[in-house]
Ligand binder design. Structure first.
Ligand SMILES: *Cc1c(COP(=O)(O)O)cnc(C)c1O
Length: 245
């Protein structure tokens, strides 16, 4: 594909997504400006991110270290906000804190500590979202279960406030709010409604934690209906990815 054809493709997809975000916002009685589109660029080349930036996208999502670090370095000449949306391994947390502006996937106090140390060492302030497991079996939160679901991760809903408190009391970190991924086998609207409930609880304790990151290519309108402030869209903008795992 020529560069121009790729640009046209991304531009058309982006326009369609922004349109659908605006419609979903209107249907929910919300201002479209209250919703930020994070384009998830994992597996796609830095040239695509340059095209996105040219088309006005500032918020870029990545899910793996060091792929994310390499891209942030390669694109340090443009002003982008880097969102780390993948599982954070605690031995990589400090390095992630050196380039991520927002980490969406905080689900344990251990990761909070490591991320905070990294942010402090680099003199940065990293916004953190507590990832809440929306898997139906994690409802009610089995005691001591910090993390549930292979790969997907997330704190059990009952445990989320504790992780949020840990973020809020850690120098170098700022508590932004919550994040969730809708599980298979349940209407996403139901899962996002549970996330909205946890978001409200956490806002009750930390009023500035107003962010709710929810919704991907297949379900972002439902997430907007439930109050998402940040939607993470990849394939609907960039096309299908080669399967990774
Ligand atoms: C890849 C990814 C997305 C984007 O998924 P699409 O279905 O391609 O829109 C969103 N959130 C997370 C956590 C991801 O890993």
């Amino acid at each position: 594909m020529t560069d121009q054809a790729r640009r046209d493709e991304i531009e058309a997809n982006l326009a369609a997504i922004l349109d659908r975000i605006a419609s979903a916002a209107a249907a929910a009685g919300r201002h479209p400006g209250s919703i930020t589109l994070v384009v998830v660029t994992k597996t796609f080349p830095v040239e695509d991110i340059r095209l996105l930036a040219d088309l006005g996208v500032r918020d870029i999502g990545e899910n793996r270290h060091p792929e994310a670090a390499d891209k942030a370095t390669a694109l340090s000449d443009i002003d982008l906000r880097w969102h780390f949306v993948g599982q954070v391994q605690s031995n990589k947390a400090a390095r992630i804190a050196s380039y991520a502006d927002v980490v969406h996937s905080i689900d344990s106090s251990r990761v909070v500590r490591r991320l905070g140390m990294g942010a402090e060492a680099d003199g940065r302030l990293v916004t953190c979202l507590v990832q809440v497991s929306l898997d139906p079996q994690s409802r009610g939160g089995s005691p001591g279960a910090e993390s549930v679901g292979p790969g997907r991760g997330g704190a059990a809903p009952d445990h989320a406030a504790e992780v949020a408190d840990a973020v809020a009391s850690t120098p170098g970190l700022r508590l932004g709010g919550v994040m969730g991924v809708a599980p298979q086998g349940e209407p996403p609207a139901r899962a996002f409604a549970r996330l909205g409930e946890v978001a409200r609880q956490i806002r009750g304790r930390h009023p500035s934690a107003t962010m709710m990151s929810a919704g991907m290519s297949g379900d972002f309108p439902d997430a907007i209906e439930a109050g998402a402030t940040h939607v993470r869209v990849g394939s609907a903008v960039l096309g299908s990815r080669p399967r990774l795992r």
